[in-house]
Each structure stands twice: as C-alpha cells, then as structure tokens.
Design a protein around this ligand. Sequence first.
Ligand SMILES: C[S@@+](CC[C@H](N)C(=O)[O-])C[C@H]1O[C@@H](n2cnc3c(N)ncnc32)[C@H](O)[C@@H]1O
Length: 241
Amino acid sequence: MTDTAPHTAPGATREFFTAWKLYQDVIDHNYMVHRQIVEQLRAWTRRHGRDGMSILDLGCGDAYTVRSAMLDTLHHVRYTGVDLAAPALHFADRAFADSDWTIDLREGDLAQAVNVLDTRFDLVVAGHALHHLDNPAKQRTLTRIRKLLTDTGHAFLYDLITRDNEPRDAYLQRLLADADANWTHLSADQLAAIRQHVENYDFPVDLTTWRHHATDAGFADPDLLFRDELEHYAVLLLTPR
Ligand SMILES: C[S@@+](CC[C@H](N)C(=O)[O-])C[C@H]1O[C@@H](n2cnc3c(N)ncnc32)[C@H](O)[C@@H]1O
C-alpha cells in the first residue's frame, strides 16, 4: 500500500461490488455504521425533506440508505442513482418498484456522471463512495456537486475518513484489524476479499482535507453530523455558501 492515491480504477471497483451479497451482509450487521447514517438522514428529512423533492445518489449501490431514511415518509420524490455495479442497481430498481417515486438509475462512473447531469437537485448523497477517487477527482466531484445543487440544497456525505494527518496505511490497518476481529458474521474468504479491495482501491482522507475540498468547491465549512467511536467513518452535511 502507498499513501499516494493512484488514478481511480472503476473496472476493478465494479468487479468487487458486483458480488453485492457481501456488501449486503456488511450493511445487515451494521459494520459500516449504516444504522447511524440512516438516523442522520432521517433527521435531515424531518427538517428539510418535502414531497416531490429531487435527490441525486452518487455510488448509490442498492439505495439502502435513502430508501431506509425516506421512502416511508416522502412521496413523489425524483430520485437519480448512479453506480458502476449493475447488480446493485437491479436491487435498487426492485426495491423502489412499489413506491410512487420517479426513479432514474444510471450505470456508470459518478465522476463522469456529475459532468453530464444538467438538472438541479435538492439533495445530493455521496455514501461510502468518494474514497474510491483520487484527491483531484474528489475535489472536482465536490465542485460539480455544488453546481448541481439548488440554492437551498444540501450534500449529505458519509465515508471512510481517517484521523487528522493519519497516513492511509495506518488507517487501513486499523480498519482491517477491526474487521478481522469483529466482523464475525463474515467468512474468511469474504474478509480476504474485503482486504484485497480496501488495500488496492480505497483512498480515504481526513476531515481537514474534506473541509478544504468543500470550501474550495463553494460550500460553507461542513457540519460534522456523526463520527463513530473508532474514528473509521463520518457523516458530513455540506451547505452552499
Ligand atoms: C461501499 S458501497 C456504498 C453503497 C451505498 N452508497 C451505501 O452507502 O451503502 C460503494 C459503492 O460505490 C460504487 N462506486 C465506487 N466507485 C464508483 C464510481 N467511480 N462511480 C460510480 N459508482 C462507484 C460501488 O459500485 C458501490 O456500489
């Protein structure tokens, strides 16, 4: 492993997330704090959500977070989800089937999708996805997200986030040591697949770096909504300046 983020590797990322069952197991056992993330998005929804609003979900996977936080309270939402992994999008499609939401699911690279989308959104969600991008791409993507938001919109960002100035290698070893010790519902093969993916394709950065990216993109200093005890993950709310 190195501390230098390489170019993104959408092909390899797509391959890993194609085995979607593994990621569903991770969600089911709350290994990546989805329960707390959903609570935060529910709280946002109580304050800012409205029927008919528009949502862009980047790296949406099967849309678990947005569905869990919003589907039972909001109607006629216009939802656009972008992801590299076709199987995840199929799950999302099926899960929305009985809702009154308008669903637009796009298979592709989120860093490219943000350049071609030309409508504005009330909420952009980027969940556990932007750490796959290198730093310049993180910055470019946040800048595009800002431009895609309505003036009263928000970006809800949750991700793997290191301690301040923590080297990537040290962070990943902490994360993987926790997984090996505590993600007990996963098999040895599943844990090995996660290790291989994380060591090759995950490039998390610290909160200070995210704060710089956000303010350079035209957001106010982000609100830190949640940080887990182990300091593996964080949820940030970004408000246009
Ligand atoms: C860890 S999962 C998170 C899924 C979902 N957002 C969640 O919170 O559970 C990361 C997702 O991002 C997708 N992804 C990673 N890099 C991507 C890229 N460059 N463009 C689009 N999707 C990407 C993966 O296919 C995967 O579905």
